[in-house]
Design a protein around this ligand. Structure first.
Ligand code: RUB
Length: 261
């Protein structure tokens, strides 16, 4: 694949999920290193600090060592996260970090089932349902607006992250904030599975995507808003599962800042 075809696939969400985007960005950068490439790559999906952090690390060290960081971290995240898996798990969108935890839990023969959302408008939930079913994990997909009763009966909500901000809030697929708030109201714990490279000291722009993703042939003059992501308030988050451990948002921020100084 060429630099430009990787960029195109990232832009139109054929390559999706923060970590996959960061890894594809590293591949593209290795094909065409330089400042201009970094500028182009980081403009494609603006809500992605992992891509920015991975490129920074690769510039200083190397692309293989950045890829190795993701590989090692994923192993740790799946090992730590699998220990939390039991009963009914609710997830949203498609996160490779969440997938790795659920597959590890399956390997450990843990007893659990999954409810996942279809995730309009781009239906990343189809990817999740297909991947989990292929791994022989019992999975039921629900439409996004049917999540309340699924969450009410869940043992825990497990979602990924695109960004973690300095006050401890997490940015993930649109709907994540609402699901976390619902879980909180039902006293269901919320865990976020993520690599610590999603942390950003700077504020992160929420990507607005084309209205055509929501309604292809919408009549003229109809306004459609299509934010791709939203914030999850840290008060709804039980813990963040990362390569740094299973930590409350506050402790996660402390730890990540400590390591970066
Ligand atoms: C994907 C999404 C995922 C995070 C985390 O959104 O919100 O939950 O990116 O993924 P999109 P991972 O499909 O718009 O990219 O755990 O793989 O980094």
């Amino acid at each position: 694949m060429s630099f430009n075809s990787i960029c195109k696939k990232i832009k139109n969400v054929e390559i999706q999920g923060a970590e996959n985007i960061a890894k594809a960005g590293l591949k593209a950068y290795s094909l065409k290193p330089g400042k201009e490439s970094v500028k182009k790559l980081t403009s494609l999906r603006p809500t992605e600090p992992a891509l920015i952090n991975a490129l920074k690390f690769a510039k200083k060290n190397s692309v293989p060592s950045a890829l190795n960081h993701f590989k090692k971290s994923k192993l740790k995240i799946s090992e730590l996260g699998a220990k939390k898996i039991h009963g009914l798990i609710f997830t949203h969108c498609h996160s490779s970090s969440v997938m790795s935890i659920l597959k590890k839990a399956k390997k450990e023969k843990r007893n659990f089932k999954v409810f996942n959302t279809e995730t309009r408008p781009l239906y990343q939930g189809h990817l999740t349902a297909k991947e989990l079913t292929k791994a022989k994990i019992p999975t039921t997909m629900v439409i996004d607006s049917a999540a309340n009763s699924a969450i009410e009966h869940s043992s825990l909500v497990l979602m990924g992250a695109d960004a973690i901000l300095k006050e401890g809030s997490v940015i993930n697929k649109i709907g994540s904030g609402m699901y976390a708030q619902l879980a909180y109201s039902h006293k269901v714990p919320v865990y976020i599975a993520t690599n610590s490279w999603k942390f950003s000291l700077k504020d992160v722009k929420i990507e607005q995507r084309a209205y055509k993703e929501v309604w292809k042939n919408a009549p003229e003059h109809i306004k459609i808003s299509n934010p791709a992501f939203e914030k999850i308030n840290p008060k709804y988050i039980t813990a963040i599962i990362s390569e740094l451990g299973i930590l409350t948002p506050k402790k996660f921020i402390k730890e990540v800042k400590c390591r970066n100084t």
